[in-house]
Design a protein around this ligand. Structure first.
Ligand code: FMN
Length: 167
C-alpha cells in the first residue's frame, strides 16, 4: 500500500500482542511497518536498567521520510524495552510528530504514565514532537491476547487523516 500520509509504525514485540496492534493500526493508517529485531534478544535486566540492545539492520533509515511516527512496544520491568531504547538512542525525529503506544499485562495500566514520560523525553531529545500516548492491555507475560481484544483497543485511537476513517 502507498504510504500516502507519511505514517510509519516502528514496533517491537516478543509475544505478538504489539505486533497484532501494529498490524491493525497500519490497516487504519495505510502506512509502513518497521519491526525492530535484535541481534541478541534483549532481557528483563536490560529493561530494568534502561539499556539498549543491538538491533539488526538500519531501522533508523526507514523513518527518514516520515512525518508521523508511531512507536509501539510492550512494557517490561515497568520500563521501555531494550530494542526501543536502542532505537531511541540513534533516532532523528526532526520535523516528525510522534505517538507513543504501549502494551502491558496489568489491567490497571500501572507505570504506563512513567514509561510514556520517559519515552517522550527521549523523543524530545531527538527533536521530535510527541502528539499522543496510549496505554493498552496485552496478554499475560509470555502470552498473546485474542486478536479482537487488541484490535478493539487500537480502534479507540483517534487518527488524523486516516484513509478509512475512524471505525
Ligand atoms: C520480560 C518481561 C517483563 C514484563 N514486565 C511487565 C511489567 O512490568 N508490567 C506489565 O504490566 N507487564 C509486563 N510484562 C508483560 C508484557 O508487557 C505483556 O505481556 C505484553 O502484552 C507483551 O507484548 P508483546 O506480546 O508484544 O511482546 C512483561 C513481559 C516480559 C516478557
Amino acid at each position: 500500500m502507498d504510504n500516502k500520509n507519511g505514517a510509519i509504525i516502528v514496533f517491537f514485540s516478543k509475544d505478538g500482542n504489539t505486533r497484532s496492534g501494529a498490524k491493525r493500526l497500519n490497516e487504519r493508517l495505510g502506512g509502513k511497518i518497521i519491526e525492530l529485531q535484535e541481534q541478541k534478544k534483549g532481557n528483563f535486566l536490560q529493561a530494568l536498567f534502561k539499556k539498549g540492545s543491538k538491533l539488526q539492520g538500519n531501522p533508523w533509515n526507514e523513518i527518514t521520510g516520515a512525518t508521523d511516527v508511531y512507536l509501539m512496544q510492550p512494557i517490561w520491568a515497568s520500563n521501555a524495552v531494550p530494542a526501543m531504547n536502542a532505537f531511541l538512542q540513534k533516532a532523528d525525529f526532526s520535523g516528525k510528530q510522534i505517538t507513543i503506544i504501549t502494551f502491558q499485562q496489568f489491567a490497571d495500566l500501572r507505570n504506563s504514565d512513567k514509561v510514556h514520560q520517559e519515552i517522550a523525553a527521549a523523543v524530545k531529545q531527538k527533536n521530535g514532537q510527541v502528539i499522543g500516548s496510549y496505554a493498552f492491555i496485552g496478554g499475560k507475560m509470555g502470552q498473546c491476547a485474542a486478536e479482537k481484544f487488541i484490535y478493539d483497543q487500537i480502534d479507540t485511537m483517534e487518527l488524523p487523516n486516516s484513509p478509512i476513517g475512524d471505525p
